[in-house]
Design a protein. Structure first.
Length: 304
């Protein structure tokens, strides 16, 4: 984080973004492509928004068994945790295998001398911060001859930095909740399909800054809300059990730590308040409307 001008304390790890690395074999990615291009997934799990033309969400594990098992595999989780510098698990099943698709259209000439601008004209997915602490972005397209397609990051000084895009089967890990970023367009009419799986710290005592702003308008809210509440309450349950054990031990010793208890209660109250704020009633959620998220990200310029 400090290498791009952001305090390490901003996030849950000092790691901002990784270099591309091999995650899955080309054969594995081809199996994944078969699952996401199935008629069921394409017709029933497709979303569009005002910052991305086509996305696929919520199809695993029912219609993406291989994808689901690949991301949940212990070796995959060990790699994610090592790269991120913190023990990670997928945020929830619903956020396994999110797909961003940019398919061939009229070829457009690429100008390597053009600087990346603050607007979203040259982006597949516009400026934003992710809803979850970490994301892993897996390239699912053949990048031979691909021009563009990088991820652009805004540093703590307001400068814009390109991160080299991965090749097919390779991935990058990004602490996307805390960094403004966008996915740049591909030139020359090639497809660009990436699979994004979101992660959170495994430890329930590590702070969780999850919001649902970038996913509410493009989700089945029953599934999204149900799984969000489930994991948050499981974490809360684990913290409460730990605190209850500490309180009982303190009572036996005849010394109750009131300040520690109040700090714990403040943390739980704030966590539940934040969770409550994220559960927006369905009729108040504008489907596919994420422009305000990009506008907010675009306003964050150079830090004084």
């Amino acid at each position: 984080m400090e290498d791009i001008g952001l305090p390490a304390s901003n996030g849950v790890s000092p790691v901002a973004v990784s270099e591309p690395f091999r995650l899955f074999s080309e054969d594995a990615v081809n199996i994944m492509r078969g699952e996401i291009f199935s008629k069921e997934v394409q017709e029933n799990y497709s979303y569009t928004s005002d910052i991305a033309p086509k996305q696929l969400r919520g199809y695993a594990p029912k219609h993406g068994k291989f994808i689901f098992e690949a991301w949940k595999h212990p070796e995959t989780l060990a790699i994610m945790s090592k790269v991120a510098g913190v023990d990670l698990v997928p945020v929830m099943d619903y956020e396994i295998g999110h797909i961003n698709m940019s398919t061939p259209s009229e070829p457009k000439q690429y100008n390597s001398d053009t600087a990346i601008s603050e607007d979203d004209d040259e982006a597949i997915v516009g400026w934003h911060r992710d809803s979850y602490p970490f994301v892993c972005v897996l390239m699912m397209s053949d990048t031979t001859g691909m021009i563009g397609g990088e991820t652009a990051l805004r540093t703590g000084t307001g400068e814009i930095k390109k991160v080299r895009g991965p090749s097919k089967g390779c991935a990058v890990v990004l602490q996307g909740r805390y960094i403004d970023h966008q996915a740049l367009k591909v030139f020359g009419g090639q497809e660009r399909i990436t699979m994004v799986t979101s992660f959170r710290p495994r430890c329930p005592r590590t702070r969780d800054d999850t919001v649902l702003t970038t996913v509410r308008p493009i989700s089945n809210l029953s599934d999204l809300y149900g799984q969000t509440i489930e994991y948050q309450l499981e974490n809360s349950e684990a913290r409460i059990r730990d605190m209850l054990r500490n309180v009982r031990d303190a009572m036996k010793a005849g010394s109750t730590d009131v300040l520690s208890i109040k700090s714990f209660l403040d943390f739980e109250i704030n966590t539940l308040r934040k969770l409550n704020n994220e559960l927006v009633e369905e009729h108040l959620v504008p489907k596919g409307h994420l422009a305000e998220v990009c506008e907010e990200a675009s306003k964050r310029k150079k830090v004084a």
